[in-house]
Design a binder for this molecule. Structure first.
Ligand SMILES: *Cc1c(COP(=O)(O)O)cnc(C)c1O
Length: 391
């Protein structure tokens, strides 16, 4: 079969080439140039926030957020086990200790488990929470696949226990609340810090890139300063802090400005494609299309099918291979981070749902260029392939 439908590929239907050519012609290709500022402005407008710092990757955005949040060696940072490992690695860059907190049915951190951990395992002394004598400084929550974390509950717990909240919104650019106390608020703009990624597989891409928002403008300015080697003086090379080479380049930003023009259309397509999949999987007994949180509008970046293991005798690997042969690219959700070699010694607090979903979730094509005909083909192939594994 010659047909091949990819999981998620970049879409350059707009002004990408024009703006990148322009940056090249002007000779501004590195960490200075007008496209960087323009990109920051476009992001800020879109997110209804005043402050955005563009940087080199989602990972560096998360690292700078932790630095700015004051995470120091020996601190504890509460993190999710079921996500991409880049959400957690920056905790280690700061020589801090991650503690893994379980997810709920949205695959995002379960605020009730977070609360229970703080309540039952930690001690609050004045304004500081301690776990086994170490300061619990922050919590990193990930808006998995574009689904909003239950931020109402997370912010309540974090407020009570004086934790800084870092939102990993790398998969959730555009996801926002439509109801409740955060109506109109975007993922990444509710906690103390929000990190975004523009890697090739994300909803918009700059090749590689990221951005940080924060609830305090000063914090974003300081992050921008840290990302450009903490240079205090335009001429004399004065550096009063340890900086990083984490700034976005003008080349990347040129691509980003073009992608921001298309973002609303990408979100619209992701949503209408999801609706079509929902119709096609209706009543399917071997797998259920996973929904997004009520009271929010999601960017629907990635779609998930929860495989019914009572009806299928096959590993995820076998399912993915069978679909590859049928020309449909799929993938499993991630391996649990607490089970990866560098993290095996860390505390994982009462994990139940994370291992459950790790064994059952299949992601399938959600690319913005996919046609209606291709979506029907994908759904048909998934159903047929799973039925060959019926118990
Ligand atoms: C993509 C991603 C990152 C990292 O972003 P990069 O730009 O690739 O560094 C971090 N966390 C999550 C959840 C991601 O999906």
């Amino acid at each position: 079969m010659s047909r091949f439908i990819p999981l998620s590929i970049p879409n350059f239907e707009g002004n990408e080439k024009k703006y990148v050519d322009d940056a090249l012609e002007q000779g501004w290709v590195s960490t200075g140039g007008a496209y960087i500022t323009k990109f920051e402005e476009r992001m800020a407008e879109f997110l209804h926030t005043d402050h955005v710092a563009a940087c080199q990757s989602g990972t560096s955005a998360l690292h700078l957020s932790l630095v700015e949040a004051g995470v120091r060696p020996g601190d504890v940072v509460l993190v999710p086990p079921l996500t991409f490992i880049a959400a957690v690695n920056p905790v280690k860059y700061q020589f801090a200790t991650p503690v893994f907190i379980d997810c709920d049915d949205s695959f995002c951190m379960d605020p009730n488990k977070l609360r229970r951990f703080c309540e039952e395992e930690c001690k609050l002394k004045k304004d500081t929470l301690f776990y086994r004598g170490q300061t619990v400084r922050a919590v990193v929550v990930v808006h998995v696949f574009g689904n909003m974390v239950d931020m109402v509950s997370v912010m309540e717990v974090a407020g009570k226990y004086h934790l800084k909240v870092i939102e990993d919104a790398t998969e959730a650019l555009g996801t926002h609340y439509t109801e409740g106390m955060y109506a109109g608020k975007y993922a990444g703009t509710i906690g103390d810090f929000g990190a975004f990624s523009f890697n090739g597989n994300k909803i918009i891409t700059t090749g590689g890139g990221g951005a940080v928002t924060a609830n305090k403008g000063k914090a974003v300015d300081h992050i921008r300063y840290l990302s450009t080697q903490a240079k205090d003086d335009p001429h004399d090379y004065i550096h009063n802090e340890i900086g990083y080479n984490y700034r976005m380049t003008n080349f990347q930003a040129a691509l980003g400005v073009a992608q921001m023009e298309e973002l609303p259309e990408f979100i619209r397509r992701k949503n209408s494609n999801y609706d079509l999949y929902m119709k096609l999987f209706e009543g399917f007994e071997m797998g259920k299309l996973v929904s997004f949180r009520e009271g929010t509008a999601s960017n629907k970046w990635f779609y998930s099918l929860e495989i019914n293991k009572d009806k299928i005798k096959a590993s995820m690997r076998e399912i993915i291979d069978a679909l590859e042969k049928r020309g449909v690219q799929t993938r499993a959700i991630w391996g649990l981070i607490n089970e990866q070699i560098p993290y095996r010694g860390e505390i994982a607090y009462k994990l139940e749902k994370a291992p459950y979903y790790a064994a059952r979730i299949l992601n399938f094509p959600s690319t913005t260029q996919i046609t209606e005909d291709e979506i029907k083909y994908v759904a048909e192939q998934i159903k047929e392939a799973l039925r060959t594994f019926a118990i």
